[in-house]
Write a protein that binds this ligand. Structure first.
Ligand code: TTP
Ligand code: MG
Length: 359
């Protein structure tokens, strides 16, 4: 019996998430190029995302905002309103989870669900995919794209295949037919750098990658070579992990005796940084936002935070940001509590862990 027949995975990814939520709250933006990110007048920072209308001009996520402005000056530029997106995300995830045997949220706008315990055929899974789309549209006014396939990587590629508002099914018998003609950049984790190395090796499609000598891939890319080779054959044994979507990690210390000595403060903060970092690594997260919390002996309490452009799990960056945030509080009094935290977390799954090692 083919075990894969019973392992049906759905990947659901919201369409142009931040900009769709913005448009929902400002209906006059419907049909217009909308770009969410930093302020183009300030000249620094990047595009978080943009509407499909803006994508026609070549604008995309992570593009410098100044370049986006050159390509599409007439677009509506909006700042990131994370609180709003998080609220919407929670409602969307609730809908998705209500259909799952196993549910794993992997970012603010995407989740995997597995149906294997109670669904054993693709027709039923497709019905569920359409119900999820319908409920998200009717209850939240948003569209999403769904991929239905025998494992995580295939369902993720499938959800991206027909965006926006798509539903793509890859049955076990169609895996190779679906996968092999695609460009290698469609494999999760293959960014521009890896793609250009693979191109220089004569590999442009996933089929060409599948036919390439795996030993040569391993000698070129290490463990990552094996992972992409397996993916190119449609193999992915990662499970949909039931894990709570952790939103932040923080550690704090309350002192028996209030402290004011700079060296002592630094030691305490470094120690908290190490603890937060270990927790991050254990749970496979990267962070974008760093938070500190200080409480003076008279209980006045302050928090400060800073957000990086890119997610990282680098302990040195965490230390650096904490010390920058702490500067304004040094030499200002005695502390009874200090805290360090990270938020805007991104989950790095097993495949990405080794991808990150490489890139
Ligand atoms: P994505 O799902 O990658 O993008 P998207 O939902 O905007 O568009 P698509 O229809 O192609 O799925 O990311 C989800 C949200 O995460 C996105 O709306 C904004 C945020 N994001 C960033 O802030 N920076 C980035 O570089 C990317 C890729 C996403
Ligand atoms: Mg999305």
């Amino acid at each position: 019996m083919n075990i894969e027949k019973f392992r049906i995975t759905l990947h659901i990814d919201m369409d142009s998430f931040y900009s769709s939520v913005e448009t929902l709250h400002r209906p006059s933006l419907k049909g217009l190029p909308v770009i969410v990110g930093s302020d183009p007048k300030k000249g620094r920072g990047v595009v978080s995302t943009c509407s499909y209308e803006a994508r026609k001009y070549g604008v995309h996520s992570a593009m410098p905002i100044t370049k986006a402005y050159k390509l599409c000056p007439q677009a509506i530029y909006l700042p990131v309103n994370m609180e709003l997106y998080k609220k919407t995300s929670e409602k969307v995830m609730k809908i998705i989870n209500s259909h799952a045997t196993k549910f794993q949220q992997v970012s603010v706008d995407e989740a995997y669900i597995e149906l294997n315990n109670d669904i054993d055929n693709y027709d039923k899974a497709i019905d569920i995919g359409y119900v999820i789309k319908k409920q998200i549209l009717e209850q939240e006014g948003l569209t999403c794209s769904v991929g239905i396939a025998p494992n995580k990587v295939l369902s993720k590629i499938a959800s991206d295949f027909n965006k926006p508002n798509g539903l793509t099914v890859v049955k076990p018998t169609d895996v190779i037919k679906f996968l092999h003609p695609l460009n290698i950049s469609k494999l999760p984790g293959i960014g521009r750098k890896t793609a250009s190395i693979l191109n220089s090796m004569g590999i442009k499609t996933i089929g060409e990658l599948a036919n390439y000598d795996v030993q040569l891939l391993i000698s070129r890319f290490g463990k990552f070579g094996l992972v992409i080779h397996e993916m190119s054959h449609g193999i992915d044994n990662r499970e949909v992990k039931e894990k709570e979507f952790v939103k932040s990690i923080s550690k704090e210390d309350t002192f028996d005796k209030d402290i004011s000595d700079i060296n002592r403060i630094r030691d305490v903060l470094y120690n908290l940084v190490e603890k937060v970092h270990i927790s991050l690594l254990k749970q496979n997260f990267r962070f974008r936002t760093v938070n500190i919390r200080v409480r003076y002996s008279d209980f006045r309490t302050y928090t400060r935070s800073s957000t990086l452009n890119n997610a990282t799990n680098d302990v040195h960056i965490l230390k650096r940001e904490v010390m920058i945030l702490m500067k304004e509080f040094m030499h200002t009094g005695e502390f009874r509590l200090l805290g360090v935290g990270v938020s805007k977390l991104e989950y790095i799954d097993d495949m990405q862990t080794c991808i990150t090692d490489f890139e």
